[in-house]
Design a protein around this ligand. Structure first.
Ligand code: AMP
Length: 112
């Protein structure tokens, strides 16, 4: 989709530190890491928000990919947090769904 920063990362027009890619999903490091480990997993199909998601298999794939990449990076056993923000109250700033995976430090609850 035009003017979507994550679609531009998928097409290669904007560089990113890619951690995993297949025909359905892409994982790359967050440019503004909020933890020692922070990457995003996105579908290659443009889906704006969690409210627009209808395909259970792609939503599951985001989760499984995040845990696989966390294992690859070596922090899965210690643990991590998976977060998907939705719209303004959720704090979503990029309108292409993305699963955050944060790790490498103790998380707190409740989140801000
Ligand atoms: P959210 O606020 O949940 O929509 O998260 C958007 C995330 O995308 C933020 O954590 C940003 O730091 C991250 N982000 C924005 N632009 C880029 C980029 N070009 N490469 C990597 N991460 C990005």
């Amino acid at each position: 989709m035009e003017n979507c920063i994550f679609c531009s990362i998928i097409s290669g027009d904007i560089p990113a530190e890619i951690l995993y890619s297949d025909e359905k999903v892409l994982a790359f490091r967050d440019v503004d890491a909020q933890a020692p480990e922070h990457f995003l997993v996105i579908p290659k199909e443009h889906i704006a928000t969690a409210n627009d998601a209808t395909d259970e298999s792609i939503m599951g794939r985001l989760m499984i990919t995040a845990s696989n990449v966390a294992k690859e990076l070596g922090f899965a056993e210690q643990g991590y947090r998976l977060v998907m923000n939705c719209n303004s109250d959720g704090g979503q700033t990029v309108s292409h769904i993305h699963l955050h995976c944060l790790g490498g430090r103790q998380m707190t609850w409740p989140p801000g």
